[in-house]
Design a protein around this ligand. Structure first.
Ligand code: IPE
Ligand code: IPE
Ligand code: MG
Length: 254
């Protein structure tokens, strides 16, 4: 049976988050500059966004650039920034055609002027779309996000808008950049690294983690299907026991 046919469309992860890693090594293994890898990574982004839209996934978050990535060599940072912004700009008609709404999370104040302008245009142009929510994590890091949330909560407490005793998990959720999105249920990292690298630390609390050695520029729909099939074989217990889950959702035979 084809991999895609093995996917149970009734139990898709609502939100998939991907750490798109391995572009640099992919290029270097071919004797090319690291930017060549980023360039080819764009094709994977197109393919995976299309794959998620076709399946009917609600939310796809792509980690495109971390706050720590600003510390890379200037040549790579500026090349990558231009590539990201140009790609987003060029893809707007395709996003609209496929009813995909773009969102961006991250410290956008660090972006060069031309980049934030182009991004805001793309956000505006796709804001009416109701299909897949495509969330680009750009200049994002989870510690930055949590620090910002704490700062804003403190400001609101000081301004009398919020009582310290009223701060609960729902409050925190509202102050995160991801407040409008459900938590990711499946997190994929490519390139054979087994770490989170400051990505959605809070939101990934109960995500199923999937690691693959495939470098991002080689990652295609088939690899995505493989991850989803793997996800669907797992038992998500959320602290409970298997027996409890069985009582809540008895297996229907036949
Ligand atoms: C991921 O690929 C893309 C970004 C971090 C922007 P890398 O550039 O990290 O590639 P490797 O991990 O060095 O191979
Ligand atoms: C994480 O990849 C960030 C993105 C994919 C955008 P990195 O390649 O920067 O992470 P580390 O440095 O290997 O942890
Ligand atoms: Mg990397």
């Amino acid at each position: 049976m084809l991999l895609k046919e093995q996917i149970d469309l009734q139990h898709l992860p609502r939100h998939i988050a991907i750490i798109m890693d391995g572009n640099g090594r992919w290029a270097q293994e071919k004797g090319q500059d690291r930017l060549y890898g980023h360039f080819h990574g764009v094709e994977s982004v197109r393919n995976i966004v299309e794959g998620c839209a076709e399946l009917g996934i609600g939310y796809l978050t792509l980690y495109a650039f971390s706050t720590e990535n600003w510390d890379r060599p200037v040549h790579e940072v500026s090349g990558l920034m231009e590539l990201l912004v140009e790609t987003i700009r060029k893809e707007v008609p395709t996003l609209n055609k496929n009813n995909i709404r773009l969102h961006v999370i991250g410290n956008l104040s660090m972006l060069p002027e031309y980049a934030s302008k182009a991004l805001h245009e793309a956000l505006e142009l796709t804001s009416g779309n109701k299909g897949l929510n495509l969330i680009m994590a750009l200049s994002y890091s989870s510690r930055w996000e949590l620090m910002e949330a704490v700062r804003k909560i403190a400001e609101d407490v000081k301004a009398g808008k919020l009582e310290p005793s009223g701060v609960d998990q729902d409050t925190l959720q509202k102050y995160l950049t991801t407040s409008a999105f459900p938590d990711p249920e499946l997190m994929i990292r490519t390139s054979g690294e087994y770490r989170i690298s400051n990505f959605l630390l809070y939101q990934l609390a109960y995500a199923e983690l999937y690691f693959t050695a495939t470098r991002w520029p080689d990652f295609r729909k088939e690899n995505l299907y493989e991850a989803i099939v793997d996800f669907q074989k797992r038992e998500r217990r959320f602290g409970k026991t298997s027996a409890q889950l069985e009582n809540e959702h008895p297996l229907v035979i036949g």
